[in-house]
Design a protein around this ligand. Structure first.
Ligand code: NAD
Ligand code: UDP
Length: 324
């Protein structure tokens, strides 16, 4: 199908009501595109997209990507999948179905439309990595039967499907391996470390470090991440990925907790809880490929990104903070 116009495209974003999806839609609408947001609201609420309903170029469809979808679009961003351990472990079979059946359905749609499709894959495909930092040619160290497997193996199977559709049907695919990303509109109760610590700090609750806090993550601010994803989508057809998108600055979880206590001016104490099974020890992307192929690298330092996220949660929690 030819694009609706040279510049204006109709773009499908699955998982569009979620944290990353809703920001992506803001950006695509700002560029003048039409956007269809498909989401079953499994791990989000309509609040993230409330501000968009008045826009005539925006359309919301409540739909589960495990079922076929018939729409006419020029590009597909496939983001549908619960992303936080609490959400993806809540119904692990549904998580795996979302990754696998969802990928099959969205790839089938892209095949009919002959349109580019981008997969939001994850650093979790590297599991608990023994190569550090992680390069795209590392095959990973993933437990296939643990509590994280529904997510990790689901995303790995989705990558397999993307590359099989590419080889078998010459489908233009784009696979981004996203590393821990944070920012405004994270779900306050999804259990991810940045939102957990900020909410705990603002409400004066204990800050819960799992294990001794020496495990590391590299945190990317949402705006940087979206720049990377959008560059990947418009890259030449031979650029399929997989390509790491993330911030290379690595922090221990204890360092993160201390930064957030300082930024919020909180009096919360830091407490230690047992480390969850299969929690990766360290994680840092090698983004040489993204630099070379996409001309992309993150620009927002953690201090700045965390300050912006704290501003969001202060407003979101409002009266709760005053009452705490
Ligand atoms: P999120 O949970 O906020 O958003 C995911 C969205 O997908 C939610 O709105 C949810 O309701 C929707 N969804 C889930 N199952 C669905 C289904 N079967 N059908 C339709 N919609 C469904 O998470 P996020 O952080 O915005 O993540 C978006 C994507 O990016 C996910 O695929 C995630 O795996 C990937 N990713 C995110 C990160 C990160 O740090 N945020 C890191 C790596 C990968
Ligand atoms: N974590 C923590 N306290 C929390 C939430 C998470 O110490 O309240 C740790 C968690 O054990 C992991 C890291 O923070 O080592 C990142 O966790 P998150 O769930 O955000 O992402 P993922 O493990 O999927 O990278």
């Amino acid at each position: 199908m030819p694009p609706i116009s040279d510049s204006r495209k109709r773009i499908l974003v699955t998982g569009g009501a979620g944290f990353l999806g809703s920001h992506l839609i803001d950006r695509l609408l700002d560029q003048g595109h039409e956007v269809i947001c498909v989401d079953n609201l499994f791990s989000s609420t309509k609040r993230n997209i409330d501000h968009l309903h008045a826009n005539p170029r925006f359309e919301f469809m409540r739909h589960d990507v495990c079922f076929p979808l018939y729409v006419e679009v020029d590009e597909i961003y496939n983001l549908a999948c619960p992303a936080s351990p609490i959400h993806y472990q809540h119904d692990p079979i549904q998580t795996l179905k979302t990754s696998v059946h969802g990928a099959i359905n969205m790839l089938g749609l892209a095949k009919r439309l002959k349109c580019p499709i981008l997969q939001a894959s994850t650093s979790e495909v590297y599991g608990d990595p023994v190569i550090h930092p992680q390069t795209e040619d590392y095959w990973g160290n993933v437990n296939p039967i643990g509590p994280r497997s529904c997510y990790d193996e689901g995303k790995r199977a989705a990558e397999t499907l993307f590359f099989d559709y590419h080889r078998q049907h010459a489908l233009p695919v784009k696979v981004a391996r996203i590393f821990n990303t944070y920012g405004p509109r994270m779900h306050r109760q999804d259990g991810r470390v940045v939102s957990n610590f900020i909410v705990q700090a603002l409400l004066g609750q204990p800050i819960t470090i799992y294990g001794d806090g020496s495990q590391t993550r590299s945190f990317c601010y949402v705006d940087d991440l979206l720049d990377g994803l959008m560059r990947l989508m418009v890259s030449p057809p031979d650029v399929t990925g997989p390509i790491n998108i993330g911030n290379t600055r690595e922090y221990t979880i204890l360092q993160l907790a201390e930064m957030i206590v300082e930024i919020t001016g909180s009096r919360s104490e830091i407490v230690r809880l047992p480390i969850p099974q299969d929690d990766p020890r360290q994680r840092q992307p090698d983004i040489t490929k993204a630099r070379e192929v996409l001309g992309w690298e993150p620009t927002v330092p953690a201090q700045q990104g965390l300050e912006r996220t704290v501003v969001y949660f202060r407003e979101f929690l409002g009266a709760e903070i005053a009452a705490a």
